[in-house]
Design a protein around this ligand. Structure first.
Ligand code: ZN
Length: 158
């Protein structure tokens, strides 16, 4: 396993539409292993492959209990709404308020190529939406309702 370099806003990898994974090769499993190590090292709650310069539809999300590896993920149901604070490992030191569904459900493939369903609420729902946006070249700052000032960040983080 290896810790990969996380690219930052301005890198064109973050603006590409990523290609689906058509076959789960040893290389794909290696990418998952390296992304997991990179995510744990970063202290973030989610990581998408383009953030490490790999233009494939692969995401890892920490739902608070476990790390979920998602290959070719799709959100199939959105319910409710929330406006909460969001940040991104590729946009360091910037926090914004985003409009997201409160709950999402979706489907993806696991590392054995088996389809499974995932769901999340609150922070985890935001994380699924945020990471899947990365696969289409979108960053949270594109559609944030408001970018927080340093004073507002301090207030919210207590
Ligand atoms: Zn991000």
């Amino acid at each position: 396993m290896a810790i990969l370099n996380i690219v930052k806003e301005g890198d064109e990898a973050l603006r590409k539409v990523c290609r689906p994974v058509t076959e789960i090769t040893p290389r794909i499993k290696q990418i998952l292993d390296d992304m997991l190590e990179t995510l744990i090292d970063s202290g973030g709650v989610g990581l998408a492959a383009p953030q490490v310069g790999i233009l494939r539809r692969i995401v890892i999300v920490d739902d608070g209990e476990k790390y979920i590896e998602l290959i070719n993920p799709e959100i199939t149901e959105r319910e409710g709404e929330q406006e909460e604070m969001e940040g991104c490992l590729s946009v360091p030191d910037v926090w914004g308020i985003t409009h997201r569904p409160m709950r999402v459900k979706g489907r993806a493939l696991n590392r054995d190529g088996e389809e499974f369903t995932f769901e999340g609420e609150g922070l985890t729902a935001r994380c699924f939406c945020h990471e899947l946006d990365h696969l289409d070249g979108k960053l949270f700052v594109d559609e944030a309702l408001h970018i927080l000032t340093p004073e507002e960040v301090e207030e919210r983080m207590g």
